[in-house]
Design a protein around this ligand. Sequence first.
Ligand code: TYM
Length: 328
Amino acid sequence: MKVMYSAVQPSGNLTIGNYIGAVRNWVRLQHEYECFYAIADMHAITVKQDPAELRRRTLELAALYVACGIDPEQCALYVQSHVSAHAELCWVLNSLTYVGEASRMTQFKDKSRKHADNVNMGLMDYPVLMAADILLYQTDFVPVGADQKQHVELARDLAERFNKRYSETFKVPEPLIVQGEARICSLQEPDKKMSKSDADPNASVYLSDDRDTVMRKFKRAVTDSGNEILSSPEKPGITNLLNIYCAFHGCTMSEAESTFAGMGYGDFKLAVGETVADVLAPIQAEKERLLKEKDVLAGYLSAGAERAFKAARKTLSKVYRKVGFYQG
Ligand code: TYM
């Protein structure tokens, strides 16, 4: 069975971008692949986190994964810091990564600008840890949003570099990026991706937003000049809303365009809001129910970590042998 690996950081409330670009695809693919889905808490601490909040969000993210439809019996659902092999492989890969290539990563440059008072080593090492995550499981496919493509490419480069230097060890992974869904943009600045950490609360729709909040945010969404509801590079606001509608309603762009032909922007925005709110409501109810069963969630996470550990240990001991670590 082919292997799928992906993760989300528990660094804020998940947005509909995280859901459409990542988690929903994980659900679709879980029966076709052997899946490892992690909560990337080690990545999250590369920017300042409140410890109690991080703990709370980690469990909440586990509940959300399951509420979105991830089956913890089918997939290894676990917390990254519970499997120490991630940090261990990262250290080996660090010695294979050039400072130049790490410092050229777009996300590193963006985050360095955004967190100028805290440009730490972890921030620069972020993609190397991500490569370790992926390569530990001999992953075939990595379902992610478009913003993570460069990081998956680094994982591929590091796999190839290691294999060339030490002999065939890692599977070279492929990113799995769904056109249109891979970049859900801000409702306020539609040329920017929707982000968990946007300071403007109207820019992002969170999976935890209730119906009124969802509707309010869509009502306030920025549109473009003109009055036609068509997808085009000159209409980034309308195109983003159409993309969101297609992703949530499950239709093609041309179907969406003909549904809304002749409608005014105001009614269109309401229709998109209703569609999103209808999908979010049952997920929110299920998440709340699961959070009342903390022991069950903890059980899923420890079973997931055990499965992940077994798979990761195999790769790590091979790596240690190949690089020349004495093993007795
Ligand atoms: P994070 O938490 O920043 O993002 C989680 C996933 O959501 C996708 N995403 C989006 N997709 C579409 N539109 C958006 N506006 C949008 N915003 C975010 C991201 O591309 C990502 O797939 N570094 C990873 C977490 C990670 C990981 C890994 C992923 C850690 N180790 C190994 C894959 C493999 C991240 O971006 O998390």
